[in-house]
Design a protein around this ligand. Structure first.
Ligand code: ATP
Ligand code: MG
Length: 259
């Protein structure tokens, strides 16, 4: 939502209307109205529409490519739509963009609707914390707010930071107050791996999880060098992150007992 609405807002030079709608639809209705072919079933259709500058054919073709951006250098990462694409795909949905250069863009997301009964049947017991204090670092403020809510619901006590330098300062005050650290990889001024290295200098055994919208080979390497085995895609579900977190904390506790 953040990525799509931000893109729509950026399509205007001097403001305008961004329309967001959510509707329950069937695959047949979607096929009839938009010509989009989906597996049979019910879907939630999210539509984000603007009447901004639109995209030419070449931009539209490359819009989902990681790092493709038409924004000024240093302003856009070009990861927005590729992350959205990853999230939608991982939920078995689809995303389509209709755009006319000069008149606007409409992004259509279809996500399979949950069946309440099915949902109850395979409701997984998700790993939970017992009040462990977690440090969560990501330069994206909205994500920090969201993850604080999600992890708090799962039983953790979460301190969120959007500035890795501030996180480092807090950590160094009392290194043992945090049971684990979750940090984004790509952040301005101090990257996730750089932060992780500094935290490990202060406390070599602190469990760390790296998250990223897009994992490059060098990120994997950096993680390996720091002996971080949890590198989680942001597009993965919160369940996977929670599972990784529970594993890290359990592993750390086991090691401490052994020592
Ligand atoms: N609603 C839109 N109207 C016009 N162009 C768009 C729209 N949405 C995306 N685009 C085009 O697609 C490109 C890629 O979008 P994407 O969200 O992946 O990256 P970005 O917005 O450039 O950077 P970031 O998301 O990191 O801020 C944009 O640079 C822009 O050219
Ligand atoms: Mg964007």
């Amino acid at each position: 939502m953040i990525n799509l609405v931000t893109n729509a807002a950026h399509a205007y030079d001097a403001g305008g209307v961004v329309e967001v709608s959510l509707q329950r639809v069937t695959n047949l209705e979607v096929e009839r109205t938009s010509g989009i072919h989906l597996k049979p079933g019910e879907y939630l259709q999210l539509r984000v529409t603007d009447q901004g500058r639109g995209m030419d054919a070449d931009t539209l073709k490359r819009a989902f490519d990681p790092f493709f951006t038409t924004r000024a250098h240093g302003e856009g990462t070009g990861l927005g739509l590729s992350v959205v694409h990853g999230i939608v795909e991982s939920h078995g949905g689809s995303i389509d963009i209709a755009s006319v250069s000069g008149s606007g863009t409409s992004v259509l997301v279809h996500l399979p609707a949950a069946q309440l009964d099915d949902n109850r049947k395979d409701l997984k017991i998700c790993p939970r914390g017992c009040g462990e204090h977690i440090m969560y670092v990501d330069d994206e403020e909205a994500l920090v707010a969201l993850m604080k809510i999600a992890l708090t619901k799962r039983g953790y006590q979460v301190s969120g930071y959007t500035d890795p330098a501030v996180a480092l300062q807090e950590f160094s005050k009392q290194p043992h107050q945090f049971r684990a650290v979750i940090t984004d990889v790509a952040m301005p001024r101090m990257s996730g791996p750089q932060l992780a290295a500094k935290l490990r200098e202060i406390r070599s055994d602190v469990p760390i999880i790296l998250t990223s919208g897009y994992i490059r080979e060098e990120d994997r390497q950096a993680a390996q060098e720091l002996q971080i085995d949890q590198l989680v895609y942001k597009s993965n579900t919160i369940e996977e992150l929670a599972e990784g977190l529970a594993n890290e904390i359990a592993m750390h506790a086991r090691k401490q007992r052994q020592d």
